[in-house]
Design a protein around this ligand. Sequence first.
Ligand SMILES: [Zn+2]
Ligand SMILES: [Zn+2]
Length: 259
Amino acid sequence: MPTTAPPALVPLASALVAIAGAVIVMTGIIVLRYLLTSGGFAWATRRRHRGLYAGQGGQIRKEIGWSLISCVIYGVPAGVVAWGWHARGWTRITAAPHALPLWWHPVSLLLFLLLHDTWFYWTHRALHSPSLFSRFHAVHHASRPPTAWAAMSFHPGEALSGAFVIPALVFVIPVHVAVLGLVLAIMTVMGVANHMGWEMFPRWLVRGRAGAMLITASHHQRHHQLYAGNYGLYFRLWDRVCGTDRGLGNLLMINPPRS
Ligand SMILES: [Zn+2]
Ligand SMILES: [Zn+2]
């Protein structure tokens, strides 16, 4: 009796092994990205505002636990798409320097951020309906107040709702791999900075024209205080259009007050 697999199954098996490898690598990258970014901002918090996270050790351990589970959930679609791009030519990602016109790069960056923000606003707002809140979103709001480690502290059901956004958009929007890297960097840094309990941007920016449209820690922290309103991710656009903008909270600024 022959013991080797039928010929048709061999490429399928090797593809599945390659996909599993890509998922493991992408999950590892996302875990490292989370630990370095949240760890970096937690370190900066200790330097700038010593004692801000005092007594929150238990909460921080929970934030890290939920975040690591979210990293795995984010790693699965990211790994599948990375494999598809590399092995099958899926997606509209390009690494060729001149494949896209120069003007398209800022436009594609803005499109990714706007569409991600739109998805986040409406799913986040839905997650605040009583039934979805207690089932899924209460985990994120259990951080009172959140710390730099809470950036990915989500129930797995909520993590699933966010994990497919960027992997889906790369099939629709032509994008250079460097611009995609920038999108992911903005997503990561703002996710951490918006939860760390102090404002890293200068007052003139937060309270000025840019701050009227862009979301920073002062805006998202108010969401965590009020449990309602300020649902956006990067822009205040949907909150303003839908009348859910609750303004800015009074956070510590980058420089601690002189004593
Ligand atoms: Zn919320
Ligand atoms: Zn939050």
